[in-house]
Ligand binder design. Structure first.
Ligand code: MN
Length: 238
């Protein structure tokens, strides 16, 4: 395939997003974030296989939507890059994808308890956060999404939602910008923690679907304020 021409600004922004997700407790040594290539919508940018906190622009690789690296130059890609390509293929509106194993969300993927919005910051959860179960599609596996067929099945479960859980594994969060996807990954984790706390105290009054929609619309407009702070903490301008 032709040599990858990666937009330097997009690569720099993606490196900062990697560090933000580490600082804010969404990713640790594992997990990843991608952006759709601004110049070639049938490609996406994703770091080589490495801890997100250590990603710098030179580590950013370009992939086609089947997860094939355009110009690997010996660099090892993430095993689960198919998550990203399949979502970009299914969702033309999505420009960024976060995949993480953030811990507070895990219980909601393995019990009947649904992840639901407990405060205005997480209205993007809407009224139904789907749970994808790799066992339903592939039977006994190591739980990782390692091919296009599995990625496509996850994307089908995500549907038109902004977050989907992955049973016994983690979650995906998507957005029309990198900032939106990162914000949702951060606040999905915080919501999960608060929801678990609230459930210990008694019956929980969640945001209604109408409240969730209105809260999402407002937060979508103002989340840049949080992002500027996170980016500063992460040592980048954005
Ligand atoms: Mn994973």
């Amino acid at each position: 395939m032709a040599k990858a021409a990666i937009d330097a600004k997009q690569a720099a922004e993606l490196a900062v997003a990697n560090r933000i997700l580490y600082n804010e407790g969404v990713v640790d040594g594992f997990g990843h974030v991608s952006v759709r290539d601004a110049r070639k919508p049938d490609r996406f940018l994703l770091a080589r296989s490495m801890a997100p906190a250590l990603v710098s622009p030179k580590d950013i690789m370009q992939f086609d939507l089947a997860g094939v690296p355009v110009d690997p130059r010996g660099r090892q890609p993430y095993l689960e890059r198919f998550i990203h390509g399949s979502i970009y293929k299914a969702r033309p509106d999505v420009m960024a994808v976060v995949h993480s194993h953030s811990p507070s969300i895990i219980p909601f993927g393995v019990t009947p308890q649904k992840l639901r919005p407990v405060f205005h910051m997480s209205g993007f959860l809407g009224d139904d956060v789907p749970v994808w179960d790799i066992h339903d599609f592939s039977g006994e596996t190591d739980m990782l999404v390692v091919n296009v067929a599995q990625g496509d099945d996850l994307a089908r479960t995500l549907g038109n939602n902004l977050v989907a859980l992955m049973r016994g594994h983690g979650s995906v969060a998507v957005g029309a910008t990198l900032r939106h996807a990162v914000y949702r990954a951060v606040y999905a984790e915080i919501n999960a923690r608060l929801q678990s706390e609230a459930l210990k105290l008694g019956p929980v009054k969640y945001l209604t679907p109408g409240e969730a929609r209105r809260a999402r619309e407002t937060q979508d407009k103002v989340l840049g304020r949080a992002y500027e702070l996170w980016a500063r903490k992460a040592g980048g301008k954005r």
